[in-house]
Design a protein around this ligand. Structure first.
Ligand code: PMP
Length: 353
């Protein structure tokens, strides 16, 4: 062992989904949008003044925060933007979860939460989801250092009722509750209206899924001005220029094209409905999906083996080898043509095993 080795901090990192490089793949593993971003985004990037690249970007990212605030009908002082919602959530962990008390999140959820908790040395407790992967609000009544969960949840795609979220908020008035709405544009409703009643609620969103801009890395949080100010103070103590010039332009342009945004969402929802029917025909089971992915299980098929067989056929889905998820596959909704390739494979596979 070298003398300096014990000075190095060792952590267990988050494992992102694979980004395969071969061209003939069917990529349904990282919940990206199969459609391109709005043409307004390309136009904004093409028309960008290259002089802008010479300058530091606006540290307040005001072009983007203004567009987001206008879109949601909130004040600009209620919006915080970051490099994808991963960056926004990491900042929120640093800002709000410093009491030393354990934070609570579900046992089946976005697998980055425990990684940030370890990284920032935040104690945490996971709360088991119910039999149908439902959040049980009473599990969140005990004293804690904060609460976070996605709605719809990942990887289950299940959306909790607003009353469930209200129940959790009512019992957690002395800490910050973060609702990660990464997938909410594909769902029936959002909890944003609750912001008027709960100053301790922070809602986090992303441009990566519904706006087809995962490559641009844009995420945001909406909350009371006090919460946003606290997050900004942490950000300015860490890295002032998080959002680059191209992301600012692309993000604002995406917001300007509501028609394209709605059309794309409707197309994905239509493919989701069709995919549910096909999965049912093939004997798969799932809870009603409210995100751009379906979490499926089959009583007679080993999910781990199926995952491997799909991968060999260059069809990429996600498999989480953990106690409550190892019988399931998370399948991102692609185009109809991509889903057909998946279903052709599954039909043939069922005949073989
Ligand atoms: N939250 C959840 C629940 C997610 O699944 C993801 C995607 N991995 C994110 C946040 C982060 O997405 P992004 O950083 O691309 O905004």
């Amino acid at each position: 062992m070298k003398a300096w080795e014990d000075k190095i901090r060792r952590v267990t990192p988050y494992t992102p989904g694979e980004q395969p490089q071969e061209p003939d793949k069917v990529k349904l593993n990282t919940n990206e949008n199969p459609y391109p971003p709005s043409p307004a985004v390309k136009k904004a990037l093409d028309g960008m003044d290259e002089q802008l690249l010479r300058l530091y970007p606006d540290p307040t990212a005001s072009v983007l925060t203004k567009a987001i605030a206008g879109y949601h009908g909130v004040g600009q002082d209620q919006v915080f933007v970051g490099v994808g919602s991963d960056d926004v959530i990491a900042m929120a962990f640093m800002t709000f979860f410093s009491s030393g008390k354990p934070i609570f999140f579900p046992d089946v959820t976005y697998s980055f939460y425990p990684v940030w908790a370890e990284l920032f040395k935040i104690p945490y407790e996971t709360k088991p989801l119910g039999e149908h992967f439902e959040i049980r609000p009473e599990d969140y009544y005990d004293a804690n250092g904060g609460v976070i969960f996605p709605n719809p949840n990942a990887p289950t795609s299940r959306l909790e009722k607003v009353e469930v979220i209200e129940d959790i908020l009512d019992h957690n008035q002395d800490c910050i509750v973060i609702v990660d709405e990464a997938y909410v544009d594909f769902a029936d409703y959002s909890v944003l209206p609750l912001l008027d009643r709960y100053e301790n609620l922070l809602v986090v969103r992303t441009f990566s899924k519904s706006r087809s801009l995962a490559g641009m890395r844009i995420g945001y949080a909406i909350g009371s001005p006090e919460l946003i100010k606290a997050m900004s103070d942490i950000k300015y103590s860490y890295n002032s220029y998080t959002i680059n010039q191209t992301s600012l332009a692309a993000g604002a342009a995406s917001i300007s094209d509501e028609t394209y945004f709605r059309e794309t969402i409707e197309r994905i929802k239509a493919t989701r409905r069709r995919s549910c029917e096909r999965f049912t025909e093939l004997g798969f089971r799932y809870t009603e999906p409210q995100a751009n992915f379906i979490f499926v299980t089959h009583p007679d098929l080993d999910a781990g083996e199926l995952f491997k067989a799909l991968r060999e056929a260059h069809i990429y889905v996600r498999y989480f080898d953990a106690p409550r998820t190892r019988d399931y596959l998370r399948v991102t909704i692609g185009t109809d043509a991509q889903m057909d390739l998946l279903f052709d494979f599954l039909k043939d596979y069922e005949g073989r095993v």
